[in-house]
Design a protein. Structure first.
Length: 344
């Protein structure tokens, strides 16, 4: 089966399994796990932040950042389609009493900064206290430029806001921009990076910021049940994710370009223009009377060895280490075959 539902489906490499097997470990709640400490030090160095904290998931990493930055009755400004708002179970509100102020993303994945400014609340007892601006890179595969991030930081500084990056796929952004992880991370007070997406680790994210922030975040990690013990078993794979996994990410971007190229010639399929910037291809499907592509397309593909997800009239295809150049052609052929039934 070729699985293009997400880059979370990657399986640990044999080098990762070997590193996990031999990892030196200790009780990380006591700070005693040398492999976790090594991963955290490596990430802090690579991203140019003072300190790092190994987290079980990206959701928990973002949640802990929000809980650390914001008090009950505070507000964060966030994209209406952002992971930290829409795809994290309302955790900030449910567990932190933190109110989201959403803004729709522009077609390039930016939160328009004039709209951000408009939403910052004045000091007034009627209003929540606007504390934080949360951005995402990549956003649905769209790469955010360093220039935009720098302008967001200037806005944050001018208004006394903190700036957090949901950098689940910031490694893809760095590769696409041809810059370092530090360049992508630098404009932010805090950053969350996923090791378990395209970088290929089985589990784990890293939260980064200054030492005072990480000290507080350590407490919130424990409160939210994220204090793991001999977590070096997982961190060992995480170390290979940020070395070997990072080194091969460009292949996924090349495959995404190839796939977008093939699919742009298929009647019934519209490759979302300008969105193929990293490891995702976004598609809009022409509607067909009586057909729900969300059911019919994945079912057709599954019978032909491709696992994919689709909405009724749109969907994304995600490239990762488990998808070869040959697989790209197979996926394109299968999608083309499905639409040929209707559009030939
Ligand atoms: C995957 C993802 C996360 C975190 O997800 P987990 O599955 O909890 O690790 C956060 N933000 C974005 C944009 C993501 O894609």
């Amino acid at each position: 089966m070729i699985d293009i539902r997400s880059d979370t489906v990657t399986l640990p490499t044999s080098a990762m399994r070997q590193a996990m097997h031999t990892a030196e470990v200790g009780d990380d709640v006591y700070g005693d796990d040398p492999t976790v400490n090594r991963l955290q030090d490596m990430c802090a160095e690579l991203l140019g932040q003072e300190a790092a904290l190994f987290m079980p998931s990206g959701t928990q990493s973002n949640l802990v950042a929000l809980l650390t930055h914001c008090q009950r009755g505070d507000e964060y400004i966030v994209g209406a389609d952002a992971h930290t708002f829409k795809y994290e179970g309302g955790g900030a509100a449910a567990l932190g009493g933190i109110q989201p102020q959403t803004i729709p993303f522009a077609d390039n994945g930016e939160l328009p900064l004039d709209q951000v400014t408009e939403q910052i609340k004045a000091k007034d007892v009627h209003f929540a206290v606007t504390r934080l601006l949360c951005l995402e890179n990549t956003q649905h595969g769209r790469v955010q430029t360093i220039d935009y991030m720098n302008r967001a930081r200037l806005l944050a500084d001018a208004n006394g806001l903190l700036l957090h990056l949901d950098g689940a796929r910031m490694a893809n952004a760095a590769v696409a921009l041809g810059v370092s992880l530090e360049d992508v991370s630098k404009p932010f007070h805090t950053v969350s990076l996923c090791l378990s997406k395209g970088l290929g680790a089985p589990v784990g994210s890293v939260l980064l910021g200054d030492k005072a922030f990480i000290e507080q975040a350590l407490r919130w990690r424990k409160v939210t049940g994220g204090g793991m013990r001999q977590a070096g078993i997982l961190a060992a794979a995480g170390i290979l994710a940020i070395t070997d996994g990072f080194a091969r990410l460009h292949e996924d971007h090349e495959h995404a370009q190839q796939l977008a190229g093939h699919l742009s010639r298929v009647a019934g399929v519209n490759v979302r223009s300008g969105w193929t910037q990293s490891n995702m291809v976004w598609l809009d499907y022409d509607s067909i009377e009586g057909v729900d592509h969300g059911h019919a397309l994945p079912a057709y593909a599954k019978e032909r060895g491709v696992r994919m997800s689709a909405g009724r009239n749109a969907g994304r295809l995600v490239l990762h280490s488990g998808v070869s150049a040959d697989d790209v052609s197979t996926v394109a052929d299968v999608v083309a075959g499905y639409f040929k039934q209707h559009f030939s």
